[in-house]
Design a binder for this molecule. Structure first.
Ligand code: ATP
Length: 937
């Protein structure tokens, strides 16, 4: 007998075999393998994963560090400096190149690995039949012979021969390029059929777009068609985002500008009588000192840290640019069930034509008592209530399980609630399911909003049972006009109190029927009654909605539920509906673009919404200038998720299709997590702005110091040689630029969110990161730094020139200048921790990594001042206590100056990161006022 696990090269034409023959060859059965056998096969054939294609190796990543224009410039500078005999300076520049490459390599390699690991964290599970039961296993553990269940939204986990098929359509674009989903069946295909015509097969990597099937896995991992073609190599992890691209552009311009200025400076220094070698060195130094080499590292690290932090808060970022977009989100469109609510349904009310009843108890505890809605306790449930509850339970797949002392449900919570309700009425659901054996079923789909089953009737014949959305079921029932008003009244009462209402109906089946088709449930049914179930909002969602409102972000709830139910739940969440209540999917479909715009601005609640309505809603909101985050879990949500600026998929309940279309996946399906991700997005952006406002002044300041010295400092005559007097040597400038800027800027990426992070409107999309705040701050701080360094140099030189002679005095004075700059940076770093608040408002100790950075710098710099080897390399000299104190004192001056600047800005409401909205503005006002239009804000 051919054994698929042992004969790697003989592949049966699986598609041409009959289902039972395929099973026989795989030594499997229609109810699957037993777990021991599955484990043995897994051992033999290996995991079901496609071997990864070419990933960039570490060498390549390292090599890339040497290809940027800036680094090439630095290398050229090294060579030139060496040729001119300036060995120390040449070596320092070379050290700069190497340090830069190492930092760049480490951060890129590790960030790449982190992002890659995160995108793989999105779980892919498969429902498999093993040992007579059904369970969910990671797709990687599937083996040939496993029998799996496929449903719409699933990604087919491996190549499989279909066994039982129900309306299955599969999107095989990944494999054949055919973009229209193809219908599938269990009948054998001709032996010579090409891949796209093998209708009896479902291939790994393709997507189930509708229907259900049972299939046996025939090939896994590298042996699947996808593995063989292996053209579908996972896309390389990309660390590019619009922000890094924009900054790259800025970097290029800056490089050109610096080169021009360096050339000019070289010309001027020659005119002023500098020796050639010194003039060239001035130009090189300017280039190295004024270009922010550490910036790319800081930015990528800030993004990577942010992505990891979001993952810890249950939001997995699949596409890096969305980290930035999150911070500018202006509208979040969210599903209701499970995201804003708990998805723990409890039936609270039943209605039958005979009367209304209430049910006590919450959750899945099958204890509870039935009472007439007038409040009178009932000894035994009346027959009509029992019939209703039994039909609802029979027409459900969920089961009630007792685990570790608590009751839980397995299956759909809506159905679980119905099963629990039947138990509360004293029905033995398992026994009823045995007596009323199910012959066939039409499963629930959001599109048609009902589920139907065909059950054998113990009294003879068979019955069709239907449960579903009120409108969907009522449309199938024969109802007398007199009764219709009563039914609608009962429904309205339940929905208005926030209950989800399901209607349940039945009809005798066709004579001898064993299968059920949609046509069988089109009409002629008898309404058994209604069940109203409660699904309370998540408490954290209520808080998160309020936080979003305070942050100027509108929240729109989009649900498949009835408008009255949706409006009631919306009100509990703090959402408002317009004059006409919740907007329905039908209204969206009928409205013109202009009308829809008005509806979207007027109401926060959208009910009975179909996936295509979602897509239109996103487009309209975007046309209005909004940045839209949209959640979705179903197959048909994929277009809306793709269209949204941030598509958010559900990690637990979402389909593979929705996860793949999404930018962010929530591992806890919780609305509050979206709000937390927005906070993270804003925080990352703020910290980048702070890093820029910290790094750029250093570069400009160093450039200015150099310019001042070339323009205004004398060239003195020593031993017959012209020696330009400079407040800082090139090697010293490089020291500051490389060590100080990077060691100090990195900790800013760990800074906590600004206190007002969620009390201000969203950032305008497209706003340049080099905004006025950064530019003004850069010039202010650079000017102060230059003034301090030059002044301290003059003072120290005057203090020692007579006593120590020129050489030693200049070393002292230069060490003073550079130490002042370092002190200045340390205190400016503290001031930069918050862009708008004084340090005490954010807490002196709230970001310990700042002090780690400062500690490292202080140790290195003390070495620079006092260690003889470093003194020889850098031309530095030991400072006396007075000198050290003067440096520290001057550096510390920046703190009160920046604090004063922040105070002025706060007073003028010119907050660098966006104005704080006061408490009064934050409480829900008229909807218009709460939806800031980014274009006009
Ligand atoms: P939301 O869009 O807020 O997440 P939802 O996803 O639960 O809500 P759907 O699943 O589309 O919305 O359900 C729409 C309607 O279909 C519900 O209001 C309910 O009346 C009905 N319904 C839901 N689940 C079932 C089910 N298992 N069987 C029959 N009818 C159902």
């Amino acid at each position: 007998m051919a054994d698929a696990t042992d004969a790697p090269d003989v592949r049966p034409d699986w598609h041409a075999l009959a289902p039972h023959e395929a099973l026989r060859r795989l030594d499997s059965r229609s109810d699957g393998l037993d777990p021991g056998e599955a484990a043995r096969r897994l051992e033999a054939v290996g995991p079901n994963v496609i071997p990864r294609g070419r990933v960039e190796g570490p060498l390549k990543v390292l090599f890339r560090q040497f290809t940027s224009p800036i680094v090439l410039l630095l290398i050229a500078s090294t060579v030139v400096a060496m040729l001119l005999g300036k060995f120390v300076d040449g070596l320092v520049v070379l050290a700069a190149v190497v340090i830069n490459a190492i930092v760049g390599f480490i951060q890129e390699y590790r960030a790449g690995k982190a992002v890659e690991a995160l995108s793989r964290m999105v779980p892919h599970d498969t429902t498999v039949l093993r040992g007579g039961g059904q369970s969910t296993v990671p797709s990687s553990e599937l083996v040939p012979g496993d029998v799996v269940a496929l449903a719409s939204g699933d990604r087919v986990p491996a190549d499989a021969r279909l066994l039982v098929v129900r309306n299955l359509r599969v999107d095989e674009a990944a494999l054949t390029g055919e973009s229209v989903p193809v219908g599938k069946g269990a009948e054998a295909a001709p032996g010579d059929a090409v891949l796209g015509d093998r209708r009896s097969m479902a291939y790994g990597g393709t997507l189930v777009t509708s229907g259900h099937a049972k299939a046996v896995i025939v090939e896994t991992g590298a042996r699947t068609e996808l593995g063989r073609i292996s053209a579908m190599i996972e896309q390389a992890t990309d660390l590019d985002t619009p922000l890094t691209q924009a900054l790259d552009k800025v970097g290029k311009w800056l490089t050109v500008a610096v080169l021009v200025v360096a050339g000019a400076l070289m010309g001027i220094s020659l005119l002023r009588g500098y020796p050639m070698a010194d003039a060239v060195l001035v130009a090189i130094t300017l280039a190295v000192a004024a270009i922010p080499e550490g910036l790319p590292a800081v930015i990528t690290i800030a993004l990577a840290i942010g992505v990891q932090r979001m993952a810890r808060r249950h939001a997995i970022v699949r596409k890096l640019p969305s980290v930035e977009t999150l911070g500018s989100t202006t509208v979040i469109c969210s599903d209701k069930t499970g995201t804003l609510t708990r998805n723990e349904m409890t039936v609270k009310a039943l209605w039958t034509p005979g009367g209304g009843y209430t049910l006590s108890g919450v959750g899945y505890e099958p204890e509870g008592a039935l009472a007439a809605s007038e409040g009178e306790a009932l000894q035994a449930p009346p027959e009509d209530a029992l019939t209703l509850a039994r039909a609802a339970a029979l027409c459900s797949d969920a089961t009630l399980v007792h685990e570790e002392g608590a009751w839980t449900i397995s299956g759909d919570p809506t159905e679980g609630a119905l099963v629990v309700a039947a138990r509360k009425l004293g029905l033995d659901v398992e026994r009823a399911r045995g007596e009323w054996m199910r012959l066939d079923a039409i499963p629930f789909e959001s599109e048609h909003q009902y589920m139907a089953t065909l059950n054998r009737d113990p009294a003879g014949g068979a019955r069709v049972l239907v449960k579903g959305a009120f409108e969907a079921v009522l449309a199938r029932c024969d109802i007398a006009e007199a009764q219709a008003a009563e039914v609608h009244g009962a429904m309205e009462r339940m929905a208005k109190s926030g209950l989800r209402v399901l209607a349940i109906a039945s009809a005798p089946a066709r004579e001898g029927a064993t299968t059920l088709e949609p046509d069988d449930v089109e009409g002629g049914m008898t309404l058994l009654g209604l069940a109203g179930m409660m699904d309370p909002p998540r408490p954290e969602a209520i808080a998160a909605v309020q936080a979003c409102h305070e942050a100027g972000i509108a929240v729109k709830m989009i649900t498949g539920d009835h408008p009255a139910t949706a409006a009631a739940i919306g009100a509990e969440l703090g959402l408002t509906t317009g004059r006409h209540g919740a907007v329905t999917g039908r209204e969206i479909a009928r409205a013109s673009d202009e009308e829809l715009r008005a509806l979207a601005a007027d109401s926060d609640v959208f009910a009975r919404v179909a996936p295509e309505d979602k897509l239109r809603l996103v487009r309209i909101l975007q046309a209005d200038g909004h940045v839209v985050a949209m959640t979705g879990d179903g197959v048909n949500d994929a277009p809306a998720l793709k269209q949204a600026n941030i598509g958010v998929a559900m990690g637990i309940t979402g389909t593979a299709v929705s996860k793949e279309a999404a930018d962010v996946v929530l591992t806890d399906d919780n609305f509050a997590t979206i709000a937390a991700a927005v906070v993270e997005g804003r925080r990352i952006y703020d910290n980048l702005v702070k890093s820029l406002a910290f790094i750029l002044p250093t570069n400009l300041g160093l450039g200015l110091i150099l310019m001042v010295s070339v323009l205004f400092f004398p060239v003195i005559e020593l031993d017959g040689q012209a020696v330009p007097l400079m407040p800082m040597l090139p090697a010293q400038m490089l020291w500051v630029n490389l060590i100080a800027a990077v060691a100090l800027a990195l900790p800013l990426a760990f800074e906590a969110p600004e206190p007002n992070v969620m009390n201000r409107p969203p950032r305008r999309p497209g706003e340049p990161i080099l905004n006025r705040f950064v530019v003004v701050r850069t010039f202010l701080v650079a000017a102060l730094m230059t003034a301090a360094a030059v002044a301290v140099f003059q003072w120290e030189y005057a203090r020692f020139a007579d006593r120590l002679g020129h050489d030693l005095a200049i070393a002292e004075a230069q060490t003073m200048a550079i130490t002042t700059v370092v002190a200045f940076q340390i205190f400016y770093l503290l001031a930069s921790r918050s862009a708008r608040d004084p340090i005490r408002a954010i807490g002196w100790l709230s970001n310990p990594s700042i002090y780690v950075g400062i500690g490292v710098l202080v140790v290195l710099h003390l070495g620079f001042i006092y260690l003889p080897p470093l003194q020889r390399v850098f031309g530095s000299a030991a400072l006396d206590p007075l000198g050290l104190a003067v440096c520290l004192g001057l550096g510390a001056l920046i703190l009160p100056i920046i604090t004063f600047d922040k105070w002025l800005r706060r007073r003028a409401h010119r907050d660098p990161l966006g104005p704080t909205t006061s408490g009064a503005e934050a409480t829900p006002g008229p909807p218009r006022a709460r939806h800031p239009h980014p274009g006009t804000a």
